[in-house]
Design a protein around this ligand. Structure first.
Ligand SMILES: Cc1cc2nc3c(=O)[nH]c(=O)nc-3n(C[C@H](O)[C@H](O)[C@H](O)COP(=O)(O)OP(=O)(O)OC[C@H]3O[C@@H](n4cnc5c(N)ncnc54)[C@H](O)[C@@H]3O)c2cc1C
Length: 373
């Protein structure tokens, strides 16, 4: 994120025309013609690896799978590129000492994946059938048949839903203190939320900010007692309970917060340079919910130290299974691991024609994932 207080340096890649690619007309047809027959025939598109999601995890998996000659198809989502598409300066992704804009970084990921032959379809997967191999996935009316699937659908930060919040995103409004706290050295910031994440973000921000206002709409925080005590005891943290955010004030960068009092006794204005919304994340698991196991927070789970899910041949990478680190570099790392896991898993399978290998899912997988449609 860029902040008005931060002098932005020119990107070393400026001038390379690397805006993220818009959905290409006929992309699905191109995939279909390359993999089997055009989808106009209604024939399913066969692939050894289908990757769902085109954020850092999905596109890194695509680079590795493509370089292993697995000819991956990435069904990247209508909102291609993932969460970094809504942020500006990314300063912590290695290899870019002067920082890089989020969309520019994701355009480079995509260009690199395509260079090695990954095919990217800008559509959402709306249905899957993981009961047997090849697995079935449907997107924009096209059926895909995959020997392996890598799920890299990420997570979505939850927002307050204010017009001013959307307008000022990347201009002082953020959902990630680890990513953007650095921009607020010696500035006053606000953190909105009442759970452990909000308390953690507030404490983290005390390393940079001169003042951290912690704002919660209720009488008490939901977060753990120990975190509450730590925040309450910190000299830079000031708590504001029973306050709602009415507006984030500022024309082109954050200048203040307009707060409502829960008892209806009026409003107050708080001067801040940044606002961190910490009201939670929602992992994008909808289409996989009936097939893959989730933890108590709704994130997908993996087996042991690998990226394998409980279904043989289905792998998971990135923020969709990670509520701890949530960084582009960790998501990319998991994408790499998932592609290597998928490649080794494919190698270990008995050879056979793609369409003929309807292998039943092991009973252990069924037990682990519960009931299936
Ligand atoms: C405001 C903000 C600023 C950030 N800044 C930084 C930063 O400076 N540095 C940093 O390291 N990290 C930053 N992050 C975190 C970083 O963006 C994430 O950790 C990273 O993008 C996770 O990558 P991912 O590939 O797992 O998921 P995502 O980036 O969430 O990508 C998931 C992809 O899956 C697609 N998808 C979802 N459902 C489907 C479906 N059914 N079918 C097909 N596709 C689907 C989505 O459209 C999306 O393209 C920031 C996050 C936010 C919100």
């Amino acid at each position: 994120m860029s902040n008005h207080a931060t002098t932005k340096k020119a990107s070393p890649l400026t001038g390379l025309n690397l805006t993220f690619l818009a959905p290409a007309a006929g992309d699905a047809a191109a995939v279909a013609s390359r993999a089997t027959k055009p989808e106009a025939t209604g024939a399913p598109v066969a692939a050894r690896v289908v990757i769902v999601g085109s954020g850092p995890a999905g596109l890194t998996a695509a680079i590795y799978a493509a370089r292993a000659n697995l000819e991956p198809i990435v069904i990247g989502g209508i909102a291609g590129g993932g969460q970094l598409m809504i942020t500006s300066g990314v300063e912590n992704y290695p290899g870019f000492p002067d920082g890089i804009e989020g969309p520019e970084l994701m355009a480079l990921f995509r260009k690199q994946a395509e260079r090695f032959g990954a095919r990217i379809v800008d559509a959402d997967v709306d249905r899957v059938d993981l009961s047997s191999r090849p697995f079935g996935l449907w997107a924009a009316g096209v059926e895909y048949r995959a020997q392996t699937v890598i799920v890299a659908t990420g997570a979505s930060a939850l927002w307050l839903g204010l017009e001013s919040e959307t307008r000022l995103r990347g201009r002082g409004v953020s959902a990630c203190a680890t990513c953007d706290g650095f921009f607020f050295r010696d500035k006053a910031v606000a953190v909105v939320g009442g759970g452990d994440s909000a308390l953690e973000e507030a404490l983290y921000l005390t390393h940079f900010a001169s003042k951290v206002h912690l704002i919660h709409r209720r009488e008490a925080f939901r977060g753990s007692k120990i975190m509450q005590d730590r925040a309450a005891a910190h000299p830079k943290v000031e708590m504001h309970l029973n306050r709602t955010i009415e507006e984030i004030v500022g024309a082109d960068h954050v200048e203040a917060l307009r707060l409502g009092k829960a008892d209806g006794s009026g409003e107050e204005t708080l001067a801040v340079d940044g606002v961190f919304v910490a009201i939670g994340h929602r992992p994008n698991v909808e289409v996989f919910r009936d097939w893959l196991a989730t933890d108590e927070k709704g994130y997908l789970t993996t087996l042991g130290a690998t990226t394998a899910s409980a279904i043989d041949g289905v792998f998971v990478a990135g923020d969709v299974d990670d509520h701890r680190y949530r960084q582009a570099v960790t998501a990319a790392g998991e994408g790499c691991r998932a592609a290597i896991d998928a490649e080794r898993w494919l190698e270990a399978q008995a050879p056979g024609p793609a369409e003929a290998s309807a292998v039943s899912m092991p009973t252990t997988a069924i037990a682990a994932t519960g009931s299936r449609p």
